[in-house]
Design a protein around this ligand. Structure first.
Ligand code: GLA
Length: 388
């Protein structure tokens, strides 16, 4: 891959001498959905697919961009002195947003660069594409300009800052954290209230974890995502009138049941219930993982899906059909939508021998019931962002 990328870089910019290559992965979240902006826990893993960047420092302040995913855009130019969000910038808002973030955080970027980018995450699948772009660029800038005080956790935080403040998407830290801090064959159990984390080995010799791409586009995702976040904030504000809490993640389910009647709107009661119970499920899931209790883990995954469908209302017909059909296959232990929702992917846990029937049956029945075609990917858990 590296050779191919360098060759392309040379074709676009004339020479690849001195160019460097970096990679940051996408992610799949096993459980703990819509908890990361509520001070709860998440359990994602980094994938082996992601975003590659090739870069070469320039002596002037010019920026040049080329994406192998959007060859029709050709090579475009920008300038270090003009780091503004513009619709017309298209994908180059990502590198511009990360440069802008570095400047906001007090780092001086002395030179421009020539950049080539390539991503192999299926587009629109909700597997952390934009986070992987942000993290790859954050790593690239740290390395290129020798900002040694910046840790990989900072790179994740910079990526989130750019999404929140530059792109206007109020995402949590999960995707960027998984991309920057991932570890091969491990899931990351992360407490988003203080960013403490631990790695948990995933031994899937007897089991398989399979992602299914529903190919259902995540229409108006950003607006709906921001709306859910706002609903949680409103629920929290009402709970704070009687409880001394900073986030929904601080509440146990028992505690929540005792105080929930203070929330006036029924829809907010359901949103907050999801955040609280999902956080508990994630803490239960890491315990199940440590005990190698795949059956319990699978049950928690399915309960998570049910809550995302009924309480949080971020699933949809296609994702629900994929989960329903998955659970009909003997040997499947659990299944759920993964990521922000409203389309995108599901993830399912099964005994290895179920794999063949799973692919055939779920694929066939999904198309019959929805008219969409499903793609199946065996989860391969890879390392976090790195130089290649
Ligand atoms: C998106 C966001 C994450 C997280 C998930 C839902 O992927 O980027 O921060 O909130 O949705 O769990």
């Amino acid at each position: 891959m590296k050779e191919e990328l360098l060759k392309k870089f040379e074709e676009i910019y004339g020479s690849s001498e001195g160019a460097k290559v970096y990679f940051a992965p996408g992610r799949v979240n096993l459980i703990g959905e819509h908890t990361d902006y509520n001070g709860g826990h998440v359990l994602p893993c980094a994938l082996t697919i992601g975003t590659y960047v090739v870069v070469k420092k320039r002596t002037d302040k010019k920026l040049r961009f080329y994406s192998m995913n959007y060859p029709e855009c050709g090579m475009t130019e920008g300038a270090l002195g003009d780091l503004k969000y513009r619709r017309s910038n298209g994908w180059t808002n990502y590198p511009i947003g990360i440069l802008w973030t570095y400047q906001k955080k007090g780092y001086r970027i002395p030179n421009g660069f020539d950049l080539l980018i390539y991503g192999d995450i299926p587009s629109g699948a909700g597997l952390g594409t934009s986070a992987s772009i942000g993290v790859a660029l954050g790593l690239m800038i740290r390395e290129m300009f020798g900002f040694e005080d910046i840790t990989n956790v900072d790179i994740a935080l910079f990526g989130q800052y750019a999404e929140n403040e530059f792109h206007g998407i109020n995402c949590g830290i999960m995707d960027q954290f998984a991309s920057a801090m991932g570890k091969k064959d491990h899931a990351i159990f992360l407490d988003t209230s203080d960013l403490r984390y631990e790695y948990a080995p995933i031994d899937i010799s007897e089991y398989a974890l399979v992602i299914i791409n529903s190919h259902k586009a995540r229409g108006a995702f950003d607006a709906k995502y921001n709306e859910r976040r706002y609903e949680c904030e409103r629920a929290l504000a009402q709970l704070q009138s009687i409880a001394a809490i900073q986030s929904l993640g601080e509440l146990t389910p028992e505690c929540y049941e005792q105080i929930k009647e203070v929330i006036a709107e029924p829809v907010l009661v359901r949103r907050a219930a999801h955040a609280v119970y999902e956080n508990q499920r994630t803490m239960d899931a890491i315990e199940a993982l440590k005990r190698a209790d795949a059956v319990r883990f699978g049950k928690l995954m399915t309960e998570s899906h049910n809550s995302l469908r009924d309480n949080y209302e971020v699933s949809g017909k296609e994702l629900d059909v994929l989960v329903e059909e998955a659970l009909k296959v003997p040997g499947v232990l659990g299944s759920r939508m993964t990521g922000g929702g409203f389309g995108g992917c599901t993830v399912s846990l099964m005994r290895r021998e179920a794999l063949e029937m799973f692919t055939i049956e779920v694929g066939k029945n999904y198309t019959e019931r929805t008219g969409y075609y499903a793609d199946f990917y065996n989860v391969e858990v890879g390392d976090g962002a790195r130089a290649l």
